[in-house]
Design a protein around this ligand. Structure first.
Ligand code: AMP
Ligand code: MG
Length: 501
């Protein structure tokens, strides 16, 4: 097997990376191979045995055509600027054009320290890499743009964290690894020419329609903003908390990237934070849209010299774009909320529908209801079975006051839609709601259980079963029923996730 590489970044942007080789590992063993993704990348997983894959996807035997490089980038971490981060333990092997004609980066994570590692060991542990597989594949199955894991290989080495852990290399596939921090790196050095080169490259790759147009850099900023607004609205719709929305973890391509301390919310509480280091709740669930905006402002600042020759004019142009984020996010969020409520938005004002959704969210919060199940059971209520939804609440008064308002709103929409009978409208609504309100999310206790079995006991069974379940999150498959309920509240209250693992 091999990839058919076409390494445009390495070819077109010399000076934006360091050429580097992955470290050889003593005993590579394939833990996980994503067959579906392999096929998308035009690899035939049946062509080789696990040992060949393990050698290749650990860096021991190099795939032909790979040109491994460590990319440079900077980043604002928790609001503070680090002028040099970069791939400390990652390497971009190259790019391939997938079966859909989409260019994808193939990168290693945990393949040894690079010259920009700044003292880190450059390694990764099995648990966090399998975590990236589980959450990334769950996000993909939920229909949310994300980087994906192609493979995880154990290295036969130990890595030293709070305890000694088995080491692993992850192969990550991304539409690209260009981040807000990639622009900040060159902007902070006052290198206008490199900012322009990177912007031209990113435009050609992600927004080719803008290539060479007048105002293309401003339009590029708009395009990145739209992708981020859409992405974060989707996160919010499934209760996803990224946990470390630093500017170096924000992809220009609009994919979710860097699954470190991320986790899914259980009972609805907008202030939910799981990350051990996020003491002030900067990256709490409810702050995510505002942080996306803050990060976009950092991108805008980096692009300023390209926007206009006159500095004041450049600031005015960028400010205008950034000011549009609220409207853009609100539009995407309203779209998410409407589909989750089973509404098509053809009748009813935006403000009324936002108010209806906010009232619903408030009652979830006051009732301490599980976010995922509440939405899912609302779909059941749409075709005449409100019992599961009611069972989530000890006190039904707020729900009983809200349901008739929602039903009236649905009825108003149905009155304008030609259907054969009212029963079919209800069924159609419930079905469409079940396609957007998942039954399964990666519940934190299930994820931890699967990872500790894999990491501590070398038992991949729970990981494989959970991964299979998360592949069809919108189906109520009885075989996977154990993954649907939330963890005991005591587990969630004490649950803590970690960075830099
Ligand atoms: P992350 O928290 O994974 O987004 O990483 C933030 C920065 O720290 C990036 O520049 C990483 O390359 C670097 N980094 C994280 N872990 C390690 C490690 N074990 N060795 C070297 N660099 C690391
Ligand atoms: Mg990162």
């Amino acid at each position: 097997m091999s990839f058919t590489f076409d390494n445009s970044f390495a070819r077109e942007l010399p000076g934006f990376y360091v050429k580097w080789q992955p470290e050889q590992v003593p005993e590579p063993r394939l833990l996980y191979l994503n067959h579906g993704l392999a096929e998308e990348l035009r690899l035939d997983p049946r062509q080789h045995d696990a040992a060949t894959f393990a050698a290749m996807l650990s860096g021991n035997r190099f795939p032909e055509g790979a040109e491994p490089i460590a990319q440079v980038y900077a980043g604002h971490q928790f609001g503070h600027f680090s002028p040099q981060l970069g791939d400390g333990r990652a390497l971009l092997l190259g790019e391939v054009i997938d079966r859909h004609g989409q260019r994808r980066d193939i990168a290693f994570k945990g393949s040894g320290p690079t010259p920009i590692a700044r003292g880190g060991d450059g390694k990764a542990a099995v648990g966090p890499m399998l975590r990236e597989v589980l959450i990334g594949e769950a996000m993909h199955a939920l229909g949310i743009p994300t980087t994906r894991a192609l493979a995880v290989v154990t290295t036969g080495e130990s890595v030293h964290r709070e305890k000694i852990l088995p080491g692993a290399t992850l192969t990550r596939v991304a539409v690209s690894h260009i981040r807000v921090g990639s622009f900040e790196y060159h902007a902070a050095r006052g290198d206008r020419e490199r900012v322009r080169q990177l912007a031209d490259y990113a435009i050609a790759r992600h927004d080719p329609g803008l290539t060479g147009t007048k105002g293309c850099y401003l339009d590029f900023l708009c395009a990145v903003m739209e992708r981020q607004a859409a992405l974060v609205a989707q996160w919010m719709g499934v209760g996803f908390i990224h946990g470390v929305m630093n500017t170096d973890n924000m992809s220009i391509a609009g994919e979710t990237i860097d699954y470190g301390p991320c986790a899914f919310m259980e009972a609805y509480d907008p202030e939910t934070v799981f990350s051990s280091i996020d003491k002030l709740g900067r990256y709490a669930y409810q702050h995510q849209p505002g942080i996306a905006l803050w990060n976009l402002a950092r991108l805008a600042e980096s692009l300023l010299p390209l926007l206009a020759d006159d500095a004041e004019e450049a600031v005015a142009l960028a400010t205008d774009v950034i000011a549009g984020f609220h409207g853009s996010y609100r539009r995407h969020w309203l779209g998410v909320l409407r589909t989750k409520m089973g509404l098509n938005g053809r009748v009813g004002s935006d403000d009324d529908d936002i108010a209806l959704a906010e009232e619903w969210l408030a009652l979830l919060q006051n009732g301490n209801a599980d976010f995922t199940l509440a939405w899912r059971y609302l779909a059941h209520a749409a075709d005449g079975n409100p019992a599961p939804l009611r069972s989530l609440f000890a006190d039904h008064r707020a729900l009983d006051a809200w349901l008739p308002k929602w039903q009236a709103r649905c009825a108003a929409e149905d009155a304008c839609t030609t259907t054969d009978e009212s029963r079919s409208a209800a069924t159609a609504r419930a079905q469409s709601m079940r396609r957007v309100n998942p039954w399964l999310i990666p519940r934190n206790h299930c994820v931890e259980e699967a990872l500790s079995a894999a990491s501590d006991e070398n038992d991949l069974g729970p990981f494989e079963q959970l991964l299979a379940a998360l592949g069809t999150p919108y189906d109520e498959n009885v075989e996977f029923a154990r993954y649907a309920p939330p963890a005991p509240a005591s587990f969630t209250a004490a649950y803590c996730t970690f960075c830099g693992t």
